[in-house]
Structures are given as structure tokens and as C-alpha cells.
Design a protein. Structure first.
Length: 403
């Protein structure tokens, strides 16, 4: 089996996922095509070298539907002979695109891929696809379905995570993200988005609230309390699955949950032969990939078993990992990961995360892989692990090694 290398990684800045967000007027196709063009141009490629473009997005309807990957290729400067594959593993779609591309290269099915994803949440709202897991009563009843915010609160209740714990983590995410931007740590990978006339639209993540403190977070009301408690509430459904819980402790709100944003990211994956033929130096090797299914009610615990699986599959232990990126869907997700593996916060999400900068669903997996790689280079570290929780009860993970 061949090695699969990361040669480059780019992302857009993340715009507020509202009608007044800076990227609201940018379509998913354009945002995706901009990332494809950036990979081509930054690496001096012709656009004909790629076996495929594998592109993730979580809400595949309307302008994000119809095999967006192929449409993005046609809208870009890549050769039309390059096909496109759209995939959906909800929040892990961008990571799964990278993992799939890497495993294709490892297996000999082509020498180069662009993989990543997009989500324009201001234009195609989350849930607008009418997903069966939530909309089909027969499925929802069988799985004891509850919305993700309730699931995050179940994690907090089950594992003893307090509101203060969650708020303190969120405040630190904001502080770290602000420091990272101020220090220029994202400059290597962030591609400024411009309009059709070449005029700048957005160059920085705009969702951040760098002045956030515990007092401001403490003033926010729990976002999912009414959804859980007002009859017929989802708390009652959850406690059918978890009868040992006397009640659900609702600790999450907009300030300690991931932000709704627009964004895109792309990773250039290739073989050793691809790099040599095009004069490119690999930045990292994708050592291992993993995905797993988990309890669909608590839903968001996937990073723990996915990490256990990827470590076992690769013969590694948690102490072998120098840096971690765990997607900040909700504070309790990352706090549970740290609790499960006794991970030092100084090694995890050192530049902040989705609580501060936002979570463009289909792009986030590729974004955190790129951020991890940049930080490994900055700190001169060898091995990193990126992982995400996934809707409906799944987890995904990727281990990369610098070369």
C-alpha cells in the first residue's frame, strides 16, 4: 500500500451564517470553486492532474445539491475531465472527503485528489433537507431521537460537566482564536474571498467575539431548556433511553456552542510520485483514518470511540499524539474527550475552535485537519489527531504525521 501525503491545505474565512454575513451573497459553488482554484494556483498546477474532487456538505439540497462537487469543478479553472463526488457524513463530511481521498491514493486509485467541503448556512439552512432521522416518526421513535442541543446537554449531565465548565471552555476558545489571528497563525492557509470584480469580500473569520467573559456568558439563557422540558419535551424521550438520569441539566447556549457560519476548505492529497512529477514537497502523511457509529440519542460522543478505534488500528496510544483538534460542536463534546483521555488542554485546540470561529458543517473536517497541520509545523511537532462528533451518532478521526 502506498503512502498518501498532504501537499497543501486552504480554507476560506468563515462568515456569519446570516443574511447580514459577509459571505451571504457568495454561492456554495463559487466558494467551492475558489478553494479549488487556490489549490491549483498555489501549487503551480494545470488543473488536469487530479483523479477526482471529493467534496462534502451536510445539507445537499437546492444550490448545495445536484452533485455540487462536479458543479464546482466546472465553475473552477480545473480541467473539465476532472470529475466530482459529493458526499455526506454530516459534520464529518469534509474529513471523510479527505480520508476517502487518502485511502484511494493508498490503494492505487489515482495519484492526486482535492478533498474538502463547503457549507453556506446563511443560504441553505441546517435542516432544510428534511432529514428522515428527524422527520420520519418511525425512525425517530426507534432511535429515541432528540435534537443535537439536547444530546449535548445529556453528555453534560451524564459526565458531570457543569455550566461553568462549559462557559470557561468557551471563553478560552474565544481568547485562543483572537490570539491566533493576532499572531498571524492562519495566514498560510486562509484564502481571501473576492467578488467577480476582484474586490475583497472577507479576509478574516468574522464570527468571533474576542471580548467574551464569564459574566457575559453567564447572562445567556440555556438554549435547549424549553425544547427539552416543555411538554411534550425531548427530555422525556431522552430519559426513556437513560432512565438513571433524574433530569437533564441544560447548560448549553449560543455562547458555548458552535457558531452557524458560511465556509469552505480544500486539501491536496497525493502520492509520492505526484509530488515528484510536479516539484511539490509533502507536508504530512496521512497515517490512519477511522469512522464509527455510536448511540444516536446521546449522539455526539463519537470522538471518543473514533479515537479509540484509530489508535488501536494504528498500534498507537494517546501519549503518541502531540496535538489534537476536536471540533467544538458544543463545549461538552470536547470536555468529554479531554476527560476520557486525560488530555492536556494545552495540546488541544490551541488556536480556538468552532465555538469562536464557527462550524460550517460540511467544511469543518477539512478545516481542522488544515489547522492541525499548520500548528504542527509552527510548533515543530510530529503527530496530530483530528476528530469530530457527527449527527445521528457517529464519529470520525484522522491521524497525520509530518514528513
Amino acid at each position: 500500500m502506498r503512502d498518501a501525503f498532504i501537499y497543501d491545505s486552504v480554507r476560506s474565512p468563515r462568515g456569519k451564517g446570516r443574511a447580514d454575513g459577509s459571505l451571504h451573497e457568495v454561492t456554495p459553488v463559487k466558494l467551492s470553486a475558489d478553494m479549488l482554484n487556490a489549490i491549483k494556483e498555489r501549487n503551480g498546477l494545470t488543473g488536469d492532474e487530479f483523479e477526482d474532487v471529493i467534496w462534502g456538505n451536510a445539507t445537499q439540497v437546492k444550490e448545495q445539491g445536484g452533485c455540487l462537487a462536479r458543479t464546482a469543478v466546472l465553475a473552477s479553472d480545473l480541467n473539465e475531465r476532472v470529475p466530482g463526488l459529493s458526499i455526506n457524513r454530516f459534520c464529518a463530511s469534509g474529513m471523510e472527503a479527505v480520508n476517502l481521498a487518502a485511502n484511494q491514493v493508498r490503494g492505487g486509485a489515482g495519484d492526486a485528489y482535492i478533498a474538502g467541503g463547503v457549507e453556506c448556512m446563511s443560504r441553505v439552512p441546517m435542516g432544510s433537507d428534511g432529514a428522515a432521522i428527524a422527520a420520519d416518526p418511525s425512525v425517530a421513535m426507534k432511535t429515541y431521537f432528540v435534537p443535537q442541543g439536547i444530546s449535548a446537554d445529556i453528555i453534560a449531565t451524564e459526565y458531570g460537566i457543569s455550566r461553568d465548565d462549559a462557559d470557561a471552555f468557551a471563553m478560552e476558545s474565544q481568547a485562543r482564536a483572537a490570539a491566533a489571528w493576532k499572531d498571524g497563525r492562519f495566514k498560510k492557509s486562509v484564502v481571501e474571498i473576492k467578488d467577480q470584480n476582484g474586490l475583497p469580500i472577507l479576509a478574516n473569520d468574522e464570527y468571533m467575539r474576542p471580548g467574551t467573559d464569564m459574566q457575559a456568558l453567564g447572562a445567556l439563557k440555556p438554549a435547549f431548556k424549553d425544547q427539552g422540558e416543555v411538554m411534550p419535551g425531548f427530555d422525556a424521550v431522552a430519559m426513556l433511553k437513560y432512565p438513571h438520569l433524574e433530569r437533564i441539566n441544560h447548560i448549553h447556549h449560543a455562547g458555548n456552542s458552535s457558531g452557524i457560519v458560511d465556509g469552505s476548505a480544500a486539501v491536496l492529497i497525493g502520492s509520492k510520485e505526484f509530488g515528484e512529477a510536479n516539484g511539490l514537497k509533502p507536508r504530512a502523511r496521512i497515517k490512519a483514518t477511522a469512522k464509527i457509529g455510536t448511540d444516536p440519542t446521546i449522539m455526539l460522543t463519537g470522538p471518543v470511540p473514533a479515537t479509540e478505534k484509530i489508535l488501536s488500528d494504528s498500534g498507537m496510544s494517546i501519549s503518541d499524539i502531540d496535538l489534537f483538534e476536536v471540533n467544538e460542536a458544543f463545549s461538552s463534546v470536547v470536555l468529554r474527550f479531554m476527560q476520557a483521555f486525560d488530555v492536556d488542554h494545552g495540546k488541544l485546540n490551541v488556536n480556538g475552535g468552532a465555538i469562536a470561529m464557527g462550524h460550517p458543517l460540511g467544511a469543518s473536517g477539512a478545516i481542522i485537519i488544515g489547522i492541525l497541520l499548520d500548528e504542527m509545523e509552527r510548533q515543530d511537532k510530529e503527530t496530530g489527531l483530528a476528530t469530530l462528533c457527527v449527527a445521528s451518532g457517529m464519529g470520525a478521526a484522522t491521524i497525520i504525521e509530518r514528513v
